[in-house]
Structure formats: C-alpha cells, structure tokens
Design a protein. Structure first.
Lengths: 476, 48
C-alpha cells in the first residue's frame, strides 16, 4: 500500500490507464487511510469504491478526489463546517465536483474547514480543529485546512478547496503542498456554499505542480448555472519548463517590507527561492503595489458585507437546523441562527450588516470597492513590466493551536500577502519552498487573469529546482 | 475612482428564455426541517 501512496495522482492515473493498477485498489488504499484519519481532516468518507465503470479510459483514471465540505455533493453531507447545516444532504452536486467525477475523479470524502470558509487556522469548524500533519500541535491553516492536511498526509491523492482571501494558498503553504487559486470566473461556483460571491473561487490542492495542472484542467469552464463563470481561454498544458529564461519577476516591497510581519525563517526561504529563480534565468526586480497594504482593510469590509447577505438564507426554513418551539417566526429565526452559527461567523455577519446599513453603504462598502479598483490597477501596471509577482504565501509557518484564537486581527494578518490577489481577481499559486524549523514554507507566484498555464509552468521549473521532500508528512 | 463592480470584464450575460425542469418538490422538501402541506412550514409571524 505505501507504494501506492508514494505515487502522485498523475502517476497513479497513468498506471491505471496503462492497465497496471486497478482504480478500485487505489480507491480502497486511500479510503482506508482516510477512514483511519487522526488529523480530523475528513468530515465524511465514502463507504466503498464506486463500481468499475471504464475508469482506465478517463483522463483522471479513477484517482479519487477529496472535496471541501462546502461543495454540495448529492446525497452526501455538506455543511460548510457549520452546525446550522446539520444533517443537510443536498439534492444536487456542485458543477466542479460533477465535472471531476465525469473526468474520472470520484469523490473519496468531504474535508473539514473553517465554518463557511471564515478563518485561517481551521479552528472555526463545528467539527473541531484539523491538525497539521507536520506537527500535530499546530494548525494546518485555513479555511480549507482539511483538504490541505489530507493531501499532505497522503490521506487523499488530491483535493479541491476554495479561496476567498487565501483559503487555498495559505493552508497549502502551511502543509507543504501545492495550492492554486484560479482567476475569478475560471471555475463555476454553482453548488459551492457561498461566503463572498465576488471573491470565492474553487481550486486544486496537490502534491506537486503537475497534479495541480491536471486537476485544474478538468475543473474549468463556463457553466450556464454560474453567470460569472467564463470559458477558459486556451488549453491548460501540463507543465514542462526547465528554466525561467526571459521571465521577469517582480518582488513588491509594499508587501514584503517590514509591514508584512514576515517571520525570519519565512523570509530566508523566500530569499533563497528568489536566488534559485535567478539561477534558473529569471530577472528579479523590486516592484510597487502601492495600494496592496490596504487590501486587508478593504477585504474585511467587502467579504463580511457579502457574507452577511449570503448567510441570510440560513433561517431554519428550507434546510439544516431549526431550533423549534411554538414561538413566532422572528424568534425561530434568531434562536436558530444563535444556536447554528459559531462566533467568527456571527462576528462577520454583524460587521457586514453594519457596513451595508442604510446611510453607511457608500462610506464603507463603496469606499472598499474603490480601494479594490486601485489594487487591481496596481497589478495591471505591475504586469506591464513583469510576468509574475513573487511573495511568500503567508508571513508565518504553521502556528500552535489556540495561539491566535483570542486575537482576530492577528489571525486576519495571515492573509496579508494573499488577499491583494483575491481582490484583483487574478490567479496565484503557492508551492512549498522549504522548511523553517521543520515546518513548511510557501512561495507565492501571482500572474494576470487567465495566465494559469504560464504560471504553472514557472512554478514547475522552480519546484524541480527546489526539490521539496514532503514524505515526512505522509509518514514515509 | 470608480468602485469595482466586477473584477473580470463581463458584460450582459444572457441566455435564451427556455424553461427547464426544476428539481421535484418532494426532493426539495426532503431537506426542510419542518415541511407542511407540500410547502415549508414556518411559525406564524403574528404569534406570541
């Protein structure tokens, strides 16, 4: 079995397609590992491998995928990590989940997450925290902490998650794996339980960049059920670049300067990776993103505002929890929401409701959206001179459970380097760049909208040169 | 400075006005905590 777990998803798919491995055998190997999960990464695991159905002829070969709890999956629990959706088994599947199943990646299980994707440590889950496979006393990052931990620990060959303000990239960084946040609109949001609709994007968690390209290739495309989804321009090629000759990388001093609060170990790994990029032929220059330091402030108006509207639907009427009684309607609503939502979700609903309240809309939401315009302009200007922007993914490596729970602002700062790209709607990838005191560090590359193929190619060349070894997290 | 309304350039996303079947009523109601008379049951707004 450990031999099977050693294979990347792309290698496993190739073996199955060549007839050297049965899809059901691989599924069962991962199903056993996921069932024995000691990290609390899974909220549900499939009972059995799907009946054989020509997987060897599919592009993904029957290699199973784990999906963050917030992806609706037909007949399978989907609670977005919240008590308010207790017992909910949706009557339909998210488009991304359906597309992956059609391409030959059946559902292995659902993964733990921060409630409604609000958090950077996976400690805001109704299912309890997820443990980091590199050190069980530490967090895996969030909000897609279960997906990241499951892939890093070899409990799933690959997984999908969502990124609203760093929720793919930051946990990928803290768990030592690859996480891609696609361009806004690249993947359909249909069937994703919404947090902030103008920011939410689905993306892959994988062991390496090749797997990320392969999985992402089968997630994209316009969906009539999501009017913000778009046809992905061009093909998503499997990466093969061996060098970075001619590539211009910008390092934004506005984010990587003192204000970012970057830990020494993270900075060291980042600078070593930049030198490596230079050796691979890239030219490196400082660049400016003057409004990017304001991204976090704008984000914490925009995202809670949208969340307060999206989460109004959880009212104890159509699905999930109802705190019953013979009281009137309004009392039923408030008792249900009081019992069903966790503290961080309540905090953001209150922030967002206030920001959208009559007379304050322009002052808060309107102003934040103007800041967003300036940040998107900053990136557009930077991409006239540079192919990609490079930063560390997160200012810190995995921190101890409970360390930032009492300080929401310290928790929010985890996403200081990830949120600007989210507000601009552009794509960014995190790849492991090394270890700091035995904990993984992530390196982030961000590119213009729909530059994923080129971005994956550059990340691949760097990955080959870095040679990160993630086996320790899989117990190998 | 204009406020951002959408981060990617998209204009007028329209489709043909062709009716399509929805999920059957009983499938939707199966998820409701208290279905009532083929609908969603709610306490009376005026009670209490």
């Amino acid at each position: 079995v450990s031999e099977l777990i050693d294979l990347t998803a792309a290698q496993a798919a190739e073996r199955i397609r060549a007839g050297d491995l049965a899809a059901a055998e691989l599924f069962e190997a991962y199903r056993e590992r996921a069932t024995a999960d000691e990290l609390n990464a899974f909220t549900w695991v499939a009972d059995a491998a799907p009946a054989p159905n020509g997987e060897a002829k599919t592009p993904l070969g029957g290699v199973p995928v784990a999906a963050k709890d917030l992806f609706c999956t037909e007949g399978v629990p989907s609670q977005a990590g919240s008590k308010i959706l207790e017992g909910y088994r949706p009557p339909y599947s998210a488009t991304v989940v359906r597309k992956l199943a059609e391409a030959g990646a059946p559902l292995l299980g659902k993964t733990n997450q921060d409630e409604f994707a609000m958090g950077s440590s996976n400690e805001n889950s109704a299912f309890g925290p997820v443990l980091n496979p590199w050190d069980h006393k530490r967090v895996p990052g969030g909000s897609s902490g279960g997906s990241a931990a499951a892939v890093a620990a070899g409990l799933a060959p690959w997984a999908i998650g969502t990124d609203t303000g760093g929720s793919i990239r930051q946990p990928a960084a803290l768990c030592g794996i690859v996480g891609l946040k696609p361009t806004y609109g690249a993947c359909s949001r249909y069937g994703m339980i919404a947090f902030a609709s103008s920011l939410d994007q689905a993306g892959p968690f994988t062991r390496d960049v090749t797997d990320a390209a392969l999985l992402f290739r089968h997630m994209v495309g316009r969906d009539p059920r999501d009017s913000t989804s778009l046809d992905f321009p061009g093909e998503i090629d499997l990466p093969r670049a061996e060098h970075l000759k001619g590539l211009r990388l910008g390092v934004p001093e506005d984010l990587t300067g003192a204000e970012g609060g970057i830990e020494p170990g993270v900075r060291e790994s980042f600078e070593a990776t930049i030198k490596l990029a230079e050796r691979l032929g890239a030219s490196i220059e400082p660049c400016r993103l003057p409004h990017a330091p304001q991204a976090l402030s704008a984000y914490y108006v925009i995202a809670p505002a949208e969340a307060s509207a999206n989460l109004a639907r959880f009212d104890g009427v159509r699905y999930g929890l109802r705190v019953a009684g013979d009281e009137d309607l309004i009392t039923m609503y408030s008792r249900t929401r009081e019992a069903g939502f966790g503290a961080e979700v309540k905090r953001r609903i209150m922030l967002g409701t206030y920001a959208l309240s009559s007379g304050y809309y322009d002052a808060y939401y309107g102003t934040a959206q103007k800041v967003r315009t300036k940040i998107a302009e900053d990136f557009r200007t930077a991409f006239e001179r540079f192919d990609f922007i490079a930063t560390p993914t997160s200012p810190c490596a995995a921190f101890e459970l409970g360390a930032k729970l009492d300080d929401p602002l310290a928790m929010y700062l985890n996403d200081f380097l990830a949120v600007p790209m989210s507000l601009a709607g552009i794509t960014a990838i995190s790849i492991p760049s090394g270890l700091s005191d035995g904990l993984p560090v992530g390196f982030q590359l961000a590119g213009p909208a729909f530059s994923e193929s080129r971005l994956l190619d550059a990340a691949y060349a760097l990955e080959q040169a870095i040679g990160f070894d993630g086996r320790a997290a899989r117990g190998q | 400075v204009p406020p951002t309304s959408h981060v990617i350039d998209v204009t007028n996303v329209l489709r043909a006005d062709d009716p399509e079947p929805s999920l059957p009523r009983e499938v939707i109601l199966a998820a409701a905590p208290e279905p009532l008379n083929d609908g969603f049951g709610v306490p009376s707004p005026g009670a209490a």
